[in-house]
Design a protein around this ligand. Sequence first.
Ligand code: NDP
Length: 239
Amino acid sequence: MNKKALITGASRGIGEAIARKLASEHYDLYLTCLHSEEKLHALATYLEQEYNVSVGAFLCDVSSCKEVDKLFRHIPSLDVLINNAGISYIGLLTDMSPQAWDRVLGTNLNSLFYTSRNAIPLMLQRHRGKIINISSVWGECGASMEVAYSASKGGVNSFTRALAKELAPSGIQVNAISCGLINTEMNLHLTEEERCSLIEEIPTDRMGNTAEVADMLYAVLSMPSYTTGQIFTIDGGWR
Ligand code: NDP
């Protein structure tokens, strides 16, 4: 029987690349996103036909505990949880509204609690499972104009380390992948000049691509069960 993975935020970018990689490795998938219903369904249909796996596609706002609980009514068993959905916010902290703060923290951090609290009982039943959280280098070192985002990803890193300790006796691994600058829609706000000056700081002299993050994720999934509580970085040597 195929292993089953839930990937949040799979309609595009890093989540879509992870979905393609795991389908090609014969995982059955549950994919979610916030708005891009058509795109997600088209991806699900393509993956089912191309790789002969089963793929469920669901709209689910991961910042809503209620919606995540509802999503899990469709998920009777799970081997792998990938917490990927995330949003950025660029601007001075003093210009940020409390609502925007809540949206960033809700989507990037609270969501990990909402999905994990549902996924863990399914994994405990079989004394195995893997949770991988997608984090950012800004979670370690912080970025100006991205205080909420940096705080949320710092939270993701601490969540990962703490939950790994809590779940290690139960045979469940919890790790994170901390990304540098990856070429996705999340970075479309950058002007050509900003893009070039960021790339100048990166030793590999380019942005990363989503397939590289998906390959990294699959490598982490394949690691020995003794590997847990780790934040693995993929950033072209940037930070
Ligand atoms: P994209 O903006 O390309 O894609 C974001 C995905 O998340 C979309 O599928 C989107 O769905 C979904 N999403 C957004 N909000 C919600 C929500 N409330 N509920 C459910 N799904 C939601 O982002 P990336 O692929 O670049 O980013 C993926 C992850 O990688 C994020 O956690 C991000 O922080 C992290 N990361 C990215 C970096 C980069 O340089 N790109 C660097 C470091 C980390 P929809 O299409 O419906 O809006």
